[in-house]
Write a protein that binds this ligand. Structure first.
Ligand code: GAL
Length: 359
């Protein structure tokens, strides 16, 4: 199998030119992995559509999908993957889906821009009989039930919130000095992801309620959304530090990139690791794992992109080959969840090694 840059040829008329220019731009940044043509190999074209290719967690997931497809296609199917980046616009994603179907994709793996608005995508999939494996941005059950060739692969948000809350409770118990003013409560700020994302809603609630259930007294000073972005989190944190200064004892972040943005701002102010409040994230990205190892980040929760990507490819290939997917999953459920894992300074290096092994 070789990896090459992909280029779609199309005989479409002038009325499609705008869309084709658009898809061509997408394909400039896309990767195809294709096995050398061999007789009797099933040809599988998988279109992968993501809300924003700049998102660190998703960038990792895409790389893992390409690796997994290569692995699975060895000696069996002939798999091509084309990636489309919607840059945060649902209409762009809808157009990309149309173009991918027109260009012969027989299955799509879709990370919706707006998880509450999948109607266009579902109707198009049904009309063209192209199955979809949604991932990471979870659509509501009612939408998944609209067709029996729709699947979802993700992680159980509630578990990430619980694990983060347990890490916080455990850390504060072992490090009472986190309570700088010694008032018996931990003053914290919450840095949230996109506001209507299931992970934002559930992690925010569960993390705090779990820490409280272990007897921790928590006082919320403020909460801000930074849309999963490191730069936005740094900006929000800068304002929060200006307002609350050393009163901030704990910073709970819905993902690692935002936790890194928080740390960036403290470092910019010349703060040393031991002067930072306790910062926690979610995802277990390579950079965050290094920060857990060096103590800047007190904990994260591993969001297993490797296993999720593998499942997405397993489902996609089975669907493209018109196999009974329940045979692959061992269940009639069309939603599949890969559990999270706690990461602290004690075990961060084993996760880093896992990510390293995959490179
Ligand atoms: C979350 C992940 C975030 C971000 C988001 C995008 O699961 O923790 O870092 O990637 O998905 O939908």
């Amino acid at each position: 199998m070789k990896i090459r840059r992909s280029c779609i040829s199309s005989a479409a008329g002038p009325e499609r030119i705008m869309a084709i220019c658009c898809i061509f731009a997408v394909l400039l940044s896309s990767v195809s992995c294709q096995a050398p043509a061999r007789k009797n190999k099933t040809k599988i074209k998988i279109g992968v559509l993501v809300y924003d290719e700049g998102d660190t967690f998703l960038k990792g997931a895409i790389n893992e999908m390409i690796k997994s497809a290569k692995e699975k296609s060895r000696g069996k199917a002939d798999v091509t993957i084309t990636v489309g980046d919607a840059s945060g616009d649902q209409n762009t994603q809808n157009d990309q889906m149309e173009d991918m179907i027109a260009n012969g994709c027989n299955v799509l793996a879709i990370n919706l821009v707006d998880r509450t608005d999948p109607t266009y995508i579902i109707n198009l999939a049904r009309k063209n009989d192209v199955p979809v494996v949604f991932f990471n941005r979870e659509l509501v059950r009612h939408d998944l039930d609209r067709w029996n060739r729709l699947y979802y692969v993700g992680a159980p948000a509630v578990r990430s919130g619980m694990m983060q809350g347990e890490e916080i409770a455990d850390y504060v118990k072992k490090h009472p000095e986190i309570d700088r003013n010694g008032d018996g409560s931990i003053q914290y700020v919450l840095i949230k992801g996109e506001l209507n994302h299931q992970d934002t809603i559930i992690r925010s609630e569960k993390s705090v309620s779990t820490a409280a259930s272990y007897g921790l007294n928590l006082d919320r000073l403020a909460e801000e959304s930074a849309n999963w972005s490191r730069a936005q989190a740094q900006n929000r944190m800068s304002q929060l530090i200006n307002e609350y200064g050393d009163k901030i004892e704990l910073v709970i972040c819905n993902n690692d990139d935002m936790a890194l943005g928080v740390i960036d701002d403290y470092k910019k102010r010349g703060k040393k690791t031991k002067e930072l409040p306790a910062v926690f994230g979610v995802d277990g990205t390579a950079e965050a794992l290094k920060c857990v190892e060096n103590g800047e980040l007190k904990g994260t929760v591993y969001n297993d992109a490797i296993s999720q990507a593998d499942k997405i490819m397993e489902f996609s290939i089975a669907l493209a080959e018109k196999k009974d997917v329940s045979q692959v999953t061992g269940s009639n459920e069309r939603s599949f969840y890969i559990d999270y894992q706690k990461v602290t300074r004690d075990n961060a290096s084993s996760f880093a090694a896992k990510l390293g092994d995959q490179e």
